[in-house]
Ligand binder design. Structure first.
Ligand code: NAI
Length: 740
């Protein structure tokens, strides 16, 4: 079955997200709603969305819009019709009647419902119609969330479901998991339960919301929004509706019922308009007094707001065992929450799926957890877990495990896909080395380096791992959210605070050395990024020999924002790339001026389509929709390059002083228009110094080392200034830029 044309009905949050993502896959799609005006507005929203739902905004017109009365004929042409209208069964039934009257023979019809069982959705369909009907449950935002749950009915044509799954995997890049027809399917059943446990335990143990979020967050491998922050993000009222639906659908003795009970404070928040970020605030709120914005947090006992106090557990990497063994209330809270999640998830096997691993993967793909409940159990250790757990009656999974005591119960990961992923091969790879910031694995005839720090920020240890791993062909990739957000700025600031600039210089030199080793290693080096690939992270990528990039990357050189210039070869490589253009052949200043503009403005690209015109990526770099396929693609690149020869060194002829003056003219204009301030001028001038080649002229040829030296000197001059240090501190504490 070929899916060549798709119609999406309902152009709200989900319908528009699905249409945008089909457009990303170059599949012709029409978005229908009650009126064309509504679907046109949806298209505007897609166009303006941040983070962008489209890989390429210029393709917006490829999403056709219309209404269900005048334009329903498009359904006759569609190979797949996705229903994403409001969650009301009467409306959905009416739409199905109309779709099945009009659809092309054999076309697939699916619903994006998050809670209505397929039994109910399909109750009015004929046996023949049921063959082609299923649930395709996408997660919001569709482009970015990896999970797609597919729910079958007993009449389905299984070949068709399989080809839909393949299409969604390969063309749309989704982790498509087929699951049973049970309330909330996999992701929401466990995800919402986990949130409720985290919330009710915080009330019971009298934790502040900041304390609960500090535990039920990064230390557990869960996004930093935690539980209360996530509640505010989703909408407290929406969560209440979700809970009502679970209460109605689940049996009375389901453990979910205990944690889904209405909490008086939550009801009060909703009743008074505190529905979360979209409302007046929620568990957290921003209090504006004068020019200042102060983040406040609610007291769960009194309902009063006070200034939010950041709680830092001092945990840098996920270690479930360390967390639950802490001898403080955080350790106790972590154990209570984690053990209940493990108990609940395991009690649902095989009811919601016969593969427990699917639950873990659904939590990774749909909730961005670093590990699911069963992996948490694995890392706690079977014996250890059973020595602490009280009762687990009627839980077949735990009963069996308590008897077998099999510490190796877990088996393979990512059973839902045939793709050979990093997650699947890791257990059979040899762990060659591990330090505080990275791991090296040897798989067959090549190495894999995974960064392991927060946001995969880079430091000495990351560099060590990269350097040491070049004794074989190398793939740099990981399974976390970011490829690398750049050099670890806190680490750099620790030296700066002590006035120890020599150590910073030594580190930057080591970084440069490492990048040189990557580029000129006798074996090929492949970077396979997903997520943030910024600053130093980009410098690793740009000095790799090959790239296989996920379509969801945010890539760029952003150093100027924190008052620095790229010093790991970023200026050098961008200069080289731009100097290979036709324009640069006739104008020696063309490339440096272009790069001055790109790095000066710290331009970032939010997809490969945006990255190529900036030359952050090259046309030959692989661009891949399904993140799971990055490993296979990277591996292919290594094997296609058995006869790899390292690149030749780049040479540069730059104009020097007159070019620098041209750049300073650009800066003067920005300064006069107050777009940049004093330090902006200073940073720009240092960047101009690097990109013009410093004290040189067109007759002199500069080597890569000359460029590295210019980068390093400018970097050092800048890091020594108070203004750059102010910028770094501000960005580290607020996540925002400081303009000074
Ligand atoms: P929404 O409220 O944002 O959009 C629903 C759209 O359906 C509106 O544009 C409305 O005008 C349109 N509509 C209503 N009746 C219609 C009809 N008879 N014909 C055509 N269009 C009609 O809703 P949202 O959030 O996009 O949800 C859609 C579906 O996706 C629901 O079934 C929901 O449960 C499910 N879902 C929602 C998620 C979310 O995060 N919002 C996540 C996953 C699933």
């Amino acid at each position: 079955m070929d899916i060549k044309k798709v119609v999406v009905i309902g152009s709200g949050t989900m319908g528009s997200g699905i249409a945008a993502h089909l457009c990303n896959a170059n599949v012709p799609v029409t978005l229908l709603d009650l009126t064309t005006e509504i679907s046109e507005k949806a298209r505007d929203r897609i166009h303006k969305s941040r983070p962008p739902l489209l890989l390429d905004k210029t393709k917006i017109e490829n999403i056709k819009v219309g209404n269900i009365n005048d334009n329903f004929d498009v359904v006759k042409e569609a190979d797949w019709v996705v229903e994403a209208v409001v969650e009301r069964i009467d409306i959905k039934h009416n739409i199905y009647e109309k779709i099945f009257k009009n659809r092309k023979q054999g076309a697939i019809v699916s619903s994006n419902t998050s809670s209505i069982p397929i039994k109910v959705l399909s109750e009015k369909l004929t046996e023949e119609e049921k063959k082609d009907f299923c649930i395709t449950h996408f997660f919001n935002p569709v482009r970015y969330m990896g999970l797609l749950e597919i729910v079958k009915n007993e009449n389905n044509d299984l070949n068709k479901i399989n080809s839909l799954k393949k299409f969604c995997e390969i063309e749309l890049g989704k982790g498509a998991i087929v699951c049973n027809d049970t309330p909330g399917f996999l992701g929401n059943r466990i995800g919402v339960y986990a949130m409720q446990v985290a919330m009710t335990e915080a009330f019971r143990m009298k934790l502040s919301i900041e304390e609960a979020d500090a535990v039920f967050g990064r230390p557990m491998g869960i996004p930093k929004t935690g539980v209360f922050g996530l509640y505010d993000l989703i909408g407290i009222d929406l969560m209440a509706d979700v809970l009502k639906s679970f209460i109605k659908e689940l049996s009375e003795n389901d453990e979910f019922q205990i944690v889904a009970k209405e909490i008086p404070l939550v009801k009060k928040l909703i009743d008074t308009g505190y529905t979360g970020r979209k409302g007046k605030g929620g568990f957290y709120r921003m209090n504006k007094s004068g020019n200042q914005k102060i983040l406040e947090a609610i007291n769960l006992e009194t309902g009063e707001y006070t200034t939010s106090k950041k709680v830092d557990l001092g945990v840098e990497t996920v270690n479930i065992n360390n967390l639950i063994n802490r001898k403080d209330k955080y350790g106790e809270y972590a154990w209570e929450v984690i053990s209940k999640i493990i108990k609940y998830a395991s009690s649902l096997v095989p009811g919601i799926t016969d593969k427990f691993n699917d639950i873990d993967e659904a939590m990774r793909l749909g909730f961005n957890w670093a590990m699911g409940p069963f992996e948490m159990l694995k890392s706690i250790g079977v014996e250890n877990f059973f020595s602490r757990i009280d009762n687990f009656e009627n839980n077949k999974f735990l009963e069996n495990l308590s008897k077998s005591k099999d510490e190796n119960f877990y088996g393979e990961r990512q059973l839902y896909t045939d793709i050979e992923t990093l997650g699947k091969i890791r257990p059979s790879a040899i762990k060659v080395d591990k330090n505080n910031s990275a791991e090296i694995h040897r798989f067959k005839d090549f190495n894999i380096v995974e960064f392991t720090t927060k946001a995969c920020a880079l430091d000495y240890d990351s560099m060590d791992a990269l350097k040491n791993a070049t004794d074989k062909p190398l793939i740099v990739m990981n399974e976390s959210m970011q490829f690398s957000a750049g050099v670890n700025l806190s680490y750099t600031m620790n030296f700066a605070d002590k006035g120890d600039f020599k150590s910073i210089e030594k580190f930057i030199k080591y970084f440069q050395d490492t990048c040189k080793t990557l580029k000129y290693s006798k074996h090929p080096v492949v970077s396979a990024p997903s997520g943030l690939t910024l600053g130093g992270g980009f410098e690793v990528l740009v000095q790799s020999n090959f790239v296989a990039s996920h379509t969801n990357i945010v890539v760029g050189l952003v150093e100027t924002i924190v008052g620095l210039v790229p010093a790991g070869g970023g200026c050098k490589e961008m200069l080289w790339r731009w100097s290979q253009t036709d324009e640069a052949k006739s104008d020696p200043d063309y490339a440096p001026l272009k790069v001055f503009d790109i790095i000066g403005y710290a331009k970032t690209a939010t997809s490969p389509v945006e990255a190529e015109p900036l030359k952050y990526l090259k046309p030959e770099d692989k661009k891949i929709m399904n993140r799971n396929s990055l490993f296979e693609e990277a591996r292919k690149l290594i094997h296609q390059n058995n006869d790899f020869v390292p690149p030749e060194e780049c040479k540069f002829n730059l104009s020097g002083k007159p070019l620098k003056e041209k750049m300073i003219k650009v800066l003067d204009k920005l300064y006069n228009e107050k777009i940049i301030l004093d330090h902006g001028m200073h940073v720009g001038t240092e960047l101009a110094n690097v990109l013009s080649g410093g004290d040189t002229n067109l007759d002199k040829t500069l080597s890569e080392d000359d460029l590295y030296k210019l980068e390093l000197d400018s970097f050092m001059r800048l890091i020594e200034t108070k203004q750059t240090q102010d910028r770094i501190k501000h960005t580290l504490s607020t996540g925002k830029p400081l303009v000074n």
